[in-house]
Design a binder for this molecule. Structure first.
Ligand code: NMX
Ligand code: MLT
Length: 471
């Protein structure tokens, strides 16, 4: 009997292993269920020396290989196209979009464990993937879920720090304040004060990162309930997973909204290293600032309208379209509205990107979610019309490098449909998700011993002199 069970388990594991291999060679697949196999720390302990050796080899063998020429345009143009950062957890292809440790979003939807078959991926599974490069089993994801739950209690002073702000303060200001208040518990900063050896930096960074990831949903939910629901707090439900519980604490218990939150948190988590929030987190952490300080800095970048705040801007803009022209606006009226926005010196929020040159796959998977769950929603139909109307107009402008929609063009109408209608809050949701990507990389920053980030800057005078010499 035991023999048959083992054979069937082995064949199941083999099938999954074959499936994994065909998806990506960069994702390793280990499925031996021992108790330490369920503990993500033991995986990291095993992986770190191997990856340190890999980095050493790259440095010694390829240290002098050129990765491209730096032009004046790049220096003046926000370093676009300049390769300058190491970021292990994800890589962005301009045409294909994001891959998390080698896996595209549709691949993650296929292989990461879900609550029910065919359901949306569990964000804890993505966290496991980002940290280890391996697709976890459901048991490993459950173990990580319960580890996160065990770290999720928020000290009272955090609520007091948030309560000290006026209720009218922007939700992102309240969120960053909450994260800064959590910082007093940092294991890394205590360990540093006590003289920890640099080879051990990753360990308290791991502790801080996991606690931070565990705690941000409760802080974010507190802010939502404080501002919009008269401060009536909804307690956590410990039988739920990370994404489901976050929806629950916000006050939404419908299974579809829980699924949306799982998808939302998974797809917003990481977008390689150069985006404003990830880069800021990485830069600040390179000074050995702890994960709380680094992530709070990252959130301040996310709060900018060209970055994460765009999700708020999109829904407000869509609602202004509806206010002025009604839900059944024609494509011609919509064109006029887009031109009016552009002619008043504003951007069309939710369109364009610093790296992507095609429709963002994060937009596409949200569109698929909408087609499945809310095909007749009038705001979804408006978003679909914008998909037809905006790109040709932006192309006509002649200067926009990517006229296609990004992740923020779609998220608001999905949240709005399930009752989370307060657009000013949306960037906080993005921030909760981004903790997963930024903190995963911070652990690797310390494990790999990455140095202080300090690029060279120059003046206009320096550029003029240098360029005069070169012609
Ligand atoms: N609407 C109007 N103009 C635009 C747009 C847009 N959606 N996108 C780019 N442009 C303009 C841009 O402002 C710039 O104009 P100028 O030369 O007069 O300064 C010109 O086109 C060239 O910009 P690009 O090189 O195409 O884009 P860049 O890499 O500089 O910026 C964004 C990327 C994302 C900041 C830009 O496309 C944008 O402002 N989009 C709207 C805001 C948005 O959706 N941001 C969210 C990005 C995703 N996220 O979550 O972070
Ligand atoms: C992100 O998710 O960070 C945005 O798409 C912006 C970027 O990648 O630059």
């Amino acid at each position: 009997m035991v023999f048959y069970r083992s054979v069937s388990l082995l064949s199941k594991l083999k099938n999954r292993a074959v499936q994994q291999h065909s998806l990506s060679n960069s994702v390793r697949w280990l499925q031996i269920q021992t108790s330490s196999d369920l503990d993500i720390r033991s995986h990291l302990k095993e992986l770190i020396p191997e990856q340190q050796e890999r980095l050493k080899k790259i440095k010694s063998e390829y240290g002098k290989v050129q990765l491209g020429n730096i032009t004046v345009d790049m220096v003046l143009g926000g370093m676009r196209g300049m390769t300058g950062l190491l970021w292990e957890t994800s890589l962005l292809d301009p045409d294909e979009g994001i891959r998390f440790r080698g896996l595209s979003i549709p691949e993650c939807q296929k292989v990461l464990p879900a609550v029910k078959p065919g359901g949306e991926p569990l964000p804890e599974g993505l966290l496991w993937l980002l940290l280890t490069g391996k697709v976890p089993s459901k048991e490993q994801v459950d173990a990580l879920s319960s580890e996160l739950r065990s770290r999720a209690t928020i000290p009272d002073h955090v609520y007091k720090a948030i309560d000290a702000l006026p209720i009218t303060a922007h939700p992102m200001t309240q969120f960053t304040t909450g994260v800064m208040a959590l910082q007093v518990q940092s294991e890394f900063s205590k360990a540093y004060e006590n003289g920890i050896h640099k080879s051990k930096y990753w360990e308290p960074t791991f502790e801080d990162s996991l606690s931070l990831i565990a705690q941000v949903p409760a802080v974010a939910a507190y802010i939502y309930r404080r501002i919009y629901k008269n401060g009536e707090i909804v307690p956590a439900n410990d039988s739920l997973d990370y994404g489901g519980n976050f929806a629950q604490m916000l006050g939404f218990d419908s299974p579809d909204m829980q699924e949306l939150m799982r998808l939302y948190v998974t797809i917003h988590s990481d977008h390689e290293g150069g985006n404003v929030s990830a880069h800021t987190g990485h830069l600040v952490a390179s000074a050995l600032s702890d994960p709380y300080l680094s992530f709070a800095a990252a959130l301040n970048g996310l709060a900018g309208p060209l970055h994460g705040l765009a999700n708020q801007e999109v829904l407000l803009w869509i609602k202004s379209v509806v206010n002025e022209c009604g839900e059944n606006i024609s494509k011609d009226q919509l064109k006029d509205y887009v031109w009016k926005t552009l002619n008043s010196g504003k951007v069309v929020p939710g369109f364009g990107h610093g790296v992507l040159r095609k429709t963002d796959p994060r937009y596409m998977c949200q569109r698929e979610f909408a087609l499945k769950h809310l095909p007749d929603d009038p705001l979804f139909q408006l978003v679909s019309k914008l998909y037809d109307v905006v790109p040709p107009i932006l192309t006509e402008l002649g200067k926009v490098k990517n006229p296609w929609p990004n992740v923020d063009a779609h998220s608001g109408v999905l949240l709005n449909y399930y009752g989370l209608t307060e657009a000013r809050y949306y960037t906080v949701l993005f921030g909760v998700s981004r903790a997963i990507g930024i903190c995963s990389q911070l652990i690797w920053d310390r494990a790999l011993g990455l140095p202080l980030e300090r690029p060279k800057s120059v003046t206009m005078e320096w550029l003029e002199k240098h360029c005069n010499k070169s012609v």
